[in-house]
Design a protein around this ligand. Structure first.
Ligand SMILES: Nc1ncnc2c1ncn2[C@@H]1O[C@H](COP(=O)(O)OP(=O)(O)OP(=O)(O)O)[C@@H](O)[C@H]1O
Length: 271
């Protein structure tokens, strides 16, 4: 993967994405999955969503993406209610990278990445030079130039994840939403992907389980606990030993060295 910087594509302006009073319920479950969650991801920042299993991170990401409707609650993009924006504008502006799917598609890498360009083209319009350039740039950013003809089903889990990242980047969105984008990546590619995200200049919202990665690459964090916001703010303010004990049930040392926040988990509270 290229360690180079990835300035936003020309004409792309990062925008704030926020939510107020986000509540999501499902049938058969008494407690809401999200309960009156407030959320702000400032323009151009990397905002990490952390929390234990089942705390509502993926549900919040889907709600921000518009694929889950909060009731009540409103998601705003650059201050405007998301639901009021034209469909095409929403599709162009927000890109989502889901948790890795084990889809058995036989598409080539180039075809998967090209899916990211669909919101920019007319329904039947062929891909133009701008589309080709955006796809080539995205593949270069994730270090997969030269793999265009490889078949999806022949790729490793980590390669699929990087292709999905390329698809999202090829879209040239203003907001990038990612659900555990590092879970199949080896340690080098984890750092390279997050470092890349941190240099895009886009508004990035990323679900992470690895607290050390969250500490290293996120400007801000939102901590979810049982469907509510436990804490939100700048990473060093939010990621404290107290939060880790209360929310994750672990004992941890959190220390700051120059600009770097280090998290060392010592064991569970019960140990
Ligand atoms: N459609 C659904 N029907 C019933 N329960 C659901 C549904 N979707 C999510 N849940 C429940 O809501 C809770 C939050 O789920 P969500 O996937 O948002 O959590 P998460 O924080 O992303 O979890 P993880 O870290 O395990 O991926 C979980 O208890 C989950 O089982």
């Amino acid at each position: 993967m290229s360690p180079g910087t990835a300035a936003p594509a020309r004409g792309v302006r990062p925008v704030e994405i926020s939510g107020q009073g986000l509540t999501v319920r499902v049938r058969g479950r008494t407690a809401p999955i999200l309960d009156d969650v407030g959320f702000t991801a400032p323009a151009g920042c990397v905002t990490g969503l952390i929390g234990p299993n089942g705390s509502g991170k993926s549900t919040l990401l889907h709600t921000l993406a518009g694929s889950t409707s909060p009731q009540p609650g409103v998601v705003r993009l650059d201050g405007r209610p998301f639901g009021e924006l034209p469909r095409r504008e929403r599709a162009r502006t927000v890109a989502v990278m889901e948790q890795n799917s084990d889809s058995d598609t036989d598409l080539a890498v180039a075809d998967v990445v090209a899916l990211g360009r669909l919101p920019h083209r007319g329904r039947m319009a062929p891909a133009g030079p701008q589309d080709a350039a955006a796809c080539a740039r995205a593949l270069d950013l994730v270090g997969l130039t030269g793999t265009e003809q490889r078949r999806w089903r022949t790729l490793s889990g980590g390669e699929r994840q990087r292709v999905q990242a390329a698809r999202a980047l090829a879209q040239e969105p203003a907001v990038l939403l990612l659900d555990e984008p590092t879970n199949h990546l080896d340690v080098q590619h984890q750092h390279e992907l997050l470092s890349l995200l941190a240099t895009t200049g886009l508004t990035v919202v990323v679900v992470l389980h690895d607290l050390a990665l969250a500490a290293r690459y996120c400007d801000r964090l939102v901590v979810l606990h049982e469907g509510r916001t436990h804490a939100a703010g700048r990473t060093h303010e939010v990621l404290t030993a107290d939060t880790l004990r209360t929310v994750f049930g672990v004992r941890a040392d959190v220390s700051r060295h120059a600009d770097t926040l280090r998290v060392e988990v010592l064991g569970s509270v019960g140990d």
